[in-house]
Design a binder for this molecule. Structure first.
Ligand SMILES: C[S@@+](CC[C@H](N)C(=O)[O-])C[C@H]1O[C@@H](n2cnc3c(N)ncnc32)[C@H](O)[C@@H]1O
Length: 251
């Protein structure tokens, strides 16, 4: 994917920065979960970084769990970084070309809901792992292939292309990582339910995560898609399931 792609992605998130914290409920819950995992690890203090920090949900949770520890918040969107609390450390960096040079290698690289927006996520993850200090930790949350099965089923029934963002597969992500580095690797499933699929897709657009490589769909295509969206469970609701990889690596 090109720098045009990155520009579109960052533009989408910048436009949504002001409202992100009010809408990003899944991202908030998952950031707290990842920070909880980090607080149970023996991570050396020092240089800690949140990659693709957005408004700082993960960095804030990490700092709250580790009083005195500062977390550098890295994002390509200046508008997102402007939402961080005063006095926090931020850096506006486009991560699609890799990490910048840091004189001190990080003891923690954390990232939530950001890696899948970068071109070649497996290559990026491998570089992040290689940048860690000896014994340093990489704590990652990323949505993966297998997500949005209801959306894919509806698109297939409606004979439309599925406009969901293509997501990396766990096996592709892990291929370059030495198996001995993997301390935890699990796929968590989160299902959101609503009377109408529009209410499931709307928050994604509102947090700025609406950029997709497929052409924009017409209103009539969207209506067709929603008519084909499967209904599930005793209440016959529409649902959207996320498969989210939780990965803890130690160098
Ligand atoms: C869904 S948000 C996640 C934000 C935060 N980690 C959270 O969990 O709330 C994805 C973030 O990745 C950032 N991002 C996407 N592409 C990027 C790139 N090429 N370089 C740096 N940041 C990028 C966006 O600006 C956005 O803030």
């Amino acid at each position: 994917m090109s720098s045009r792609w990155t520009g579109d992605v960052l533009h989408g998130f910048s436009e949504a920065a002001a409202n992100y914290n009010d809408i990003a409920m899944l991202q908030r819950a998952v950031a707290h979960r990842l920070a909880g995992h980090c607080s149970r690890l023996k991570i050396a203090p020092g240089f800690w970084v949140d990659l693709g920090s957005g408004t700082g949900l993960l960095a804030d949770a990490l700092e709250a769990n580790h009083p005195g520890q500062r977390v550098l918040r890295v994002d390509g969107s200046a508008s997102m970084l402007r939402r961080h609390q005063r006095g926090t450390d931020t850096a506006c960096i486009d991560l699609s070309h890799g990490l910048p040079y840091w004189p001190t290698p990080p003891n923690l690289l954390a990232s939530s809901f950001a890696l899948h927006w970068l071109p070649s996520p497996a290559q990026r993850l491998n570089q992040w792992y290689g940048a860690l200090a000896p014994k340093g930790w990489l704590a990652l949350i990323v949505p993966v292939q297998g997500s949005f099965r209801q959306w894919n089923a509806a698109a297939s029934d409606a004979q439309l292309p599925c406009s969901a963002l293509p997501l990396p597969s766990p096996s592709d992500l892990l291929r370059p990582i030495p198996p001995t580095a993997i301390r935890r690797c699990s796929v968590l499933r989160f299902t959101q339910r609503s009377k109408h699929a529009l209410q499931l897709l709307k928050p994604m657009m509102q947090v700025g995560a609406g950029t997709t490589p497929t052409p924009k769909q017409s209103i009539s295509s969207l209506r067709k898609l929603f008519r084909c969206w499967p209904r599930e469970g005793p209440c016959h609701q529409m649902a959207l399931t996320w498969n989210i990889l939780l990965l803890l690596l130690q160098r």
